[in-house]
Design a binder for this molecule. Structure first.
Ligand SMILES: C[S@@+](CC[C@H](N)C(=O)[O-])C[C@H]1O[C@@H](n2cnc3c(N)ncnc32)[C@H](O)[C@@H]1O
Length: 341
């Protein structure tokens, strides 16, 4: 029975850790909503030049009392600055959160909303198992655009510099970019060698987008080959087979196809995330959904037909490749260079 005296009894286990966990979760959610709301209401488009909260509210068609409250939080988050009575974007915001910046991350943010929608169904997923995702629309309509945006923030430059330094790049004439998606790696690489022709091999729905990226960057050195690399021919006589973060990059069954696609002396450049030391949250996130055809395996960034990166590298060595360089990149991915001997 409850008694007034019992109220003075402290719990044996201190609650601080749990309360902090709950408060941190709520704060993370609030930050997410602050950011996505500002973007949804196009706030950062109106704060490129300093603007008072009244003017801003009028431009946004929003409540003049609520807008400065939102702006003040955005200031605390480092996304706006207040000078006198006027708010304006910080360098971070002008670089990454406005639609006309070449480094805009707005598609990445949109992709995050899809991920949130999936996390909201966590109970259903835990009960019934992973959500099945259609591969063509997953890549074509969503992730390749956010990957393109992410890549431009430094990884694209890092990968291209590595590739051009570590192989006999200037004499290369023909390359294939397996699962090249947006095609930015091919576009940037051909930009470093006017004699190089690159073919972005990807699913048909995705290559329609690749063509638009090639057009946007004004290149005629990049073409597409629509297909499925697990089942279709990928061509031959390549100087470079380039593969970045695609589901075939740790699949041994694809190695013979890659060997025969390369010229002797040609180089297979494979970038993958090792993924074996993922934390539990990343592992859960990875396992919440799967493709209809290429099923995932539980280790991060691996599929039912793939092996660990270490094993894959060993298999390359016994399949006619000289693995001459392995390099860890700043985002935790690894790039492996192997020459067909
Ligand atoms: C994670 S994205 C990587 C895009 C790009 N290479 C990069 O690193 O930013 C994986 C790409 O592989 C493509 N892909 C997946 N399975 C494929 C298959 N069976 N055949 C061809 N392309 C495939 C996807 O459509 C997508 O463009």
């Amino acid at each position: 029975m409850n008694s007034a005296k019992e109220l003075m009894k402290r719990p044996e286990v201190c609650s601080d850790e749990l309360i902090k966990f709950i408060d941190d979760s709520m704060n993370g959610f609030r930050k997410y909503k602050i950011l996505t709301t500002a973007v949804k209401l196009q706030l950062f488009e109106y704060t490129k030049d300093p603007v008072s909260s009244e003017e801003l509210a009028a431009k946004m068609g929003c409540n003049p009392e609520m807008v400065p409250l939102l702006c003040d939080v955005l200031c605390e988050c480092g996304l706006l600055v207040l000078n006198g009575e006027k708010y304006s974007n910080t360098g971070l915001t002008n670089t990454y959160l406005v639609s006309d910046s070449p480094f805009s991350q707005l598609n990445y943010l949109r992709d995050m909303e899809r991920s949130i929608a999936m996390w909201e169904k966590l109970d259903e997923i835990i009960t019934n198992g992973p959500v099945i995702v259609d591969k063509q629309s997953f890549f074509g309509d969503g992730i390749i655009h956010s990957m393109a945006e992410n890549a431009k923030c430094g990884m694209l430059q890092e990968v291209v510099e590595t590739v051009t330094e570590d192989i006999d790049f200037d004499s290369s004439r023909k390359m294939i970019d397996l699962g090249g998606g947006h095609g930015l790696y091919s576009i940037a690489l051909t930009g470093q060698n006017e004699n190089l022709k690159a073919f972005v091999f990807d699913l048909p729905q995705v290559t329609e987008h690749t063509k638009k990226y090639a057009e946007k960057y004004g290149t005629d050195q990049v073409d597409v080959i629509p297909g499925n690399f697990f089942t279709d021919d990928i061509g031959s006589e390549y100087d470079i087979v380039f593969s970045s973060l695609n589901p075939g990059g740790k699949v041994p069954d694809l190695i013979p196809k890659i060997v025969s696609a390369l010229k002797t002396g040609g180089v297979f450049v494979n970038r993958q995330v090792p993924g074996e030391d993922a934390n539990a949250m990343e592992a859960l996130n990875w396992n919440m959904w799967t493709f209809d055809d290429t099923k995932k395996s539980s280790a991060l960034y691996s599929f039912e037909n793939s092996v660990s990166l270490e094993e894959y590298i060993d298999i390359l060595k016994t399949n006619g490749f000289d693995v001459f360089k392995e390099l860890d990149l700043t985002d935790g991915s690894r790039i492996i260079f192997s020459r067909k001997v």
